[in-house]
Design a binder for this molecule. Structure first.
Ligand SMILES: NC(=O)c1ccc[n+]([C@@H]2O[C@H](COP(=O)([O-])OP(=O)(O)OC[C@H]3O[C@@H](n4cnc5c(N)ncnc54)[C@H](OP(=O)(O)O)[C@@H]3O)[C@@H](O)[C@H]2O)c1
Length: 330
């Protein structure tokens, strides 16, 4: 069977290749065999390949932080899923045609929901949801200001905020995104620049803006904080600029702006199975009813992994890049 393997650290498309592995054995007690249908190429994946993530896995390494698939076989004692169920994988080695996982590592999802959308359920919708709900007690009509707003997380945040009565002010780096993001549910969209704070305050008016969501870091954090109320909080969850988050003394001392970091992997590690399945049931339901939708720009078979990684690395994409280990998906 086909699998992707990382053999060194460097340019993602050069250090990953599609290899042939023996098929998986029958699942052991408490295990299932998952036929992997699709998984996205997330920025974290690219950071791992470049050796810039929180940890460097031992090589050779089989990547794939998230995926959706269908249960093909179950081992003795498996009760939570059956053959034919569509599930997401909580394992982190999913860019392969089949993988054996424990039954605790899979969560059943609605068969009716789009496979491509479910492929992206584990990371970005959960990230958006937890950042919206874990840091600030948002009131109806409050504004949330986010940058890199056309990202996967950005789309989920816009849609989840709207569904819960919060407004979003979305910061992007190109004009061409204004109309598509408004069509996706954004209340306001601004192109980033030094006067972002002033323009944001014009939009927000008498409204409240207690929460900023930062994927970029560097001086983008400063500009995001300029959009918030005094006493507001910036939650930083990415470093797309490659720089450290910057806040000025005026922001921290006189305006009481605070900064917190968010890392989904750490939060998920501390969640009970019940909390985790409850969160994913809610988010999968939002995919099934059309509330949550992330644009997909292209899908690739595993043997085109280099082209897929080059594509995922490109700026100005109109959606996520997915790998589809067992061919075309719905
Ligand atoms: N901490 C966590 O637990 C966690 C969880 C999920 C995601 N993340 C992070 O969240 C971020 C977004 O992830 P995603 O999967 O949603 O991304 P994605 O869908 O792949 O989109 C990437 C986005 O980043 C923008 N971008 C890239 N470099 C930029 C820069 N230097 N300045 C401004 N914008 C830039 C792109 O804008 P253009 O379209 O203009 O190129 C695009 O909107 C990543 O940094 C990822 O690592 C963190």
């Amino acid at each position: 069977m086909k699998a992707v393997q990382l053999t060194g650290y460097g340019v993602p498309s050069e250090v990953c290749q599609c290899i042939d592995l023996p098929d998986v054995a029958s699942p052991g007690p408490g295990e299932v065999t998952l036929k992997v249908l699709a998984g996205p190429i997330n920025p974290a994946e690219l950071l791992i390949f470049e050796g810039r993530y929180a940890s460097k896995p031992e090589l050779p390494y089989q990547p794939g932080i998230e995926a959706v698939g269908v249960i093909e076989q179950i081992g003795e004692g498996v009760t939570s899923v059956s053959v034919g169920d569509k599930v997401i994988s909580l394992g982190r080695q999913n860019w392969v045609q089949r993988v054996n996982l424990t039954q605790e590592q899979v969560i059943k999802v609605p068969d009716s929901a789009s496979t491509g959308q479910l492929a992206m359920l584990k990371v970005n919708p959960a990230t958006a949801w937890l950042m919206l709900t874990d840091y600030v007690s948002l009131q109806p009509g409050d504004w949330v200001v986010q940058n890199a707003a056309n990202s996967g997380v950005g789309h989920s945040l816009i849609q989840l905020a709207r569904a819960n009565g919060w407004r979003t002010l979305n910061v992007v780096r190109r004009d061409s995104l204004i109309d598509p993001l408004k069509a996706a549910g954004a209340d306001a969209v601004l192109v980033d620049d030094d006067d972002l704070g002033e323009r944001a305050r014009d939009v927000i008016g008498q409204g409240k803006a207690p929460l900023g969501i930062d994927a970029i870091a560097g001086t983008a954090t400063t500009r995001l904080a300029d959009c918030l109320d005094d006493g507001g909080m910036v939650v930083n969850y990415g470093f797309l600029s490659g720089d450290a988050c910057q806040l000025t003394p005026n922001q921290t001392v006189f305006r009481d702006i605070s900064l917190k970091g968010f890392w989904l992997a750490k939060l998920m590690g501390g969640m009970s199975r019940e909390t985790l399945t409850g969160m994913y049931a809610k988010l999968a339901g939002s995919i099934a009813d059309g509330t949550l939708h992330t644009p997909i720009e292209a899908t690739y078979d595993l043997d085109a992994i280099s082209a897929a990684l080059d594509h995922a690395h490109r700026e100005s994409r109109d959606g996520k890049i997915l790998v589809t280990p067992n061919g075309a998906i719905d």
